[in-house]
Design a protein around this ligand. Structure first.
Ligand code: C2O
Ligand code: CU
Length: 579
């Protein structure tokens, strides 16, 4: 990669752009779904994601981890060895539904035991649907530690994309802190809680005060944080795949002078629409098409800005490079600006433009649901600790994973009382709660197999008055239809009547806006135990999630090493349960 001495290298929201152009020479034997064997070692590495040397969790000596590239129908077989000296690890394949392989979902305490240091676990699963995905650690805050990478699934051999383009790039957006993820975990779990702050750390600003020995911005490892350059040819159409693995930040991406046509969201095609900039929340992915129809003697900025929280540094930048100029030539115009960080109307109008491209892979939802679960999102205190709760339950994960525990009836493994389907409707979502206490819980929503479930996320005021946060909620094991968004309190009569049942988008992550609600629908057709949670890492760490179990009696043979941890899990091992 070319290195530039430049004013934007001190970006701190790390925009990791893994770019390549799909080569026409990429030939495979016709029509054959393949098994792709990979051997991965997860290890700590010294790395400088933003110029400041840190310790990151990497894979096979790389940060971010290697990009997985496959075709729809392929099987991915990853032998994952944990080379971390003293902690367990798992990896979740975000957006892959794990049909028939729920034990490969990579969620510690939910689908499997954490892989111990020195041990190997084999993830073997099918990527059934083309799309833009990613993978990341799902134990403690290991995503914040840097354990992530891209997972791109192309259409099956012999099939044609319904969108047309001449080349493609792949961007994984992340944010990065100088404080290690373990320290962040301790801070968040302290009484009083210490907030992790915003990810941006402006080294160029800090450098002005650098006569102090405390300056943390000792820039090292230039090639590890050099700005990314997208090399394009004039008058071509490119696909830009964008996924967000941020721990906290909601982002907005824009390309100077170039419009973008949104064509894919979370691995599903959407009805194309044109934008100047695009919002992306943690857990989401998009594909946009852009055409290089601008003056080819110039370069253009790609800028990424923070939304929803007050940003503290300039945008992260990358460069769109045309061939008739040098890569070190700075664009003549300033980086494109994003909507103001708290302009939620812009975000909402973007979200509402996302509509499903109804067809064989994107059917309409069933017209009615069998069960409706309304989940009130609140910020609470439990014994002075700051927590997030759902219907007044703050999730704590058990030591024996749910999947094996439910399949083998290990009742002692977690709370047998399921959490409630409703909250108390007298609750006023517009002000801080009169009683800010809540309770820990590890109960499970048992969903009847083969039914249609509506889940409504109800946002509320947080602990502080006049504060309600954005929460991007992600569902494992499924795509859901996003039936609607609204303001204030969800009303089961009037709002249900307004659901979009005609062309709702299919997604795996959907945002709930401050003081609003979001309604989702899915069909319980995938036996397993699936996490549904806020994708903001600190929020999940503070209990912001629920567990859905469906058709677990239909789950096939669970690998023993995915079940045999925690007291009840070990007893299961010892009791010769046949499986
Ligand atoms: Cu990408 Cu459970 O998350
Ligand atoms: Cu959240």
């Amino acid at each position: 990669m070319a290195l530039l001495v430049n004013p934007w290298s001190m970006k701190v929201i790390k925009v990791i752009l893994l770019s390549y152009i799909i080569s026409n020479l990429f030939v495979q034997s016709a029509n054959s779904a393949k098994t792709r064997h990979l051997k991965w070692k997860v290890e700590y590495l010294h790395w400088s994601p933003d110029g400041v040397e840190s310790v990151v969790m990497g894979i096979n000596g790389q940060f971010p981890g290697p990009t997985i590239r496959a075709r729809a129908g392929d099987t991915i077989n990853i032998e994952l060895t944990n080379k971390l000296p003293t902690e367990g690890v798992v990896i979740h394949w975000h957006g892959i539904r794990q049909i028939g392989t729920p034990w490969a979902d990579g969620t510690a305490s939910i689908s499997q035991c954490a892989i111990n240091p020195g041990e190997t676990f084999v993830y073997n699963f099918k990527v059934d649907k083309a799309g833009t995905y990613f993978y990341h650690g799902h134990y403690g805050m290991q995503r914040s530690a840097g354990l992530y990478g891209s997972l791109i699934v192309d259409v099956a051999e012999g099939e044609r994309e319904i969108i047309h383009y001449n080349g493609a790039f792949d961007i994984l957006l992340t944010d990065w802190w100088h404080k290690a993820s373990h320290e962040q975990e301790v801070d968040l779990s302290s009484n009083p809680m210490r907030w992790i702050g915003e990810p941006q750390f402006n080294c160029s600003l800090a450098a002005q005060y650098s006569n102090s020995t405390e300056n943390p911005c000792t820039l090292r490892g230039g090639e590890q944080y050099a700005p990314e350059i997208l090399h394009v040819l004039p008058n071509k159409t490119y696909r830009l795949r964008i996924a967000s693995s941020t721990a906290l930040a909601s982002l907005n991406l824009a390309i100077g002078n170039h419009k973008m046509v949104v064509v894919e969201a979370d691995g599903n095609y959407v009805q194309p629409f044109t934008v100047d900039n695009l919002d992306i929340y943690s857990g989401e992915s998009y594909s946009v098409l852009f055409t290089t129809n601008q003056d080819p003697s110039k370069n253009y900025w790609i800028s990424v800005n923070v939304r929803g929280r007050k940003p503290q540094t300039p945008p992260a930048l990358a460069l769109l490079h045309y061939p008739n100029t040098h890569i070190s030539t700075l664009p003549t115009s300033a980086p494109p600006v994003a909507p103001r960080w708290d302009d939620y109307d812009v975000s909402k109008s973007f979200t509402k433009k996302l509509l499903g491209l109804v067809g064989p892979t994107n059917p309409q939802p069933p017209p009615t649901s069998d069960r409706r679960i309304i989940l009130l999102n609140t910020q609470n205190f439990i014994d002075g600790y700051t927590r997030w709760s759902i219907n007044n339950v703050s999730l704590v994960l058990p030591s024996t994973p749910y999947l094996g525990a439910i399949k083998y009836g290990l009742n002692g493994a977690f709370d047998q009382n399921p959490p409630p389907d409703r909250y108390n409707y007298t609750y006023d979502v517009t002000v801080p709660a009169a009683n800010q206490n809540s309770a820990y819980g590890s109960g499970v929503y048992n969903l009847t197999f083969g039914t249609t479930v509506d889940v409504v996320l109800q946002n509320a005021n947080a602990i502080k008055a006049n504060v309600s946060e954005i929460h991007p909620w992600h569902l494992h094991g499924h795509d859901f239809w996003v039936l609607g968004y609204g303001e204030g309190k969800f009303d089961e009569e009037t709002d249900v009547a307004k659901f979009n049942l005609r062309d709702p988008p299919l997604k795996n992550t959907a945002v709930v806006y401050p003081f609003g609600w979001t309604a989702l629908r899915f069909v319980t057709d995938n036996p397993g135990v699936w996490a549904f949670h806020c994708h903001i890492e600190p929020h999940l760490h503070m209990g912001m999630g629920v567990i859905f179990a469906e058709g677990v009696d239909r789950v096939g043979r669970i690998p023993v090493e995915a079940m045999a941890c925690g007291l009840t899990g070990k007893m299961l091992m010892n009791s010769n349960v046949r499986h």
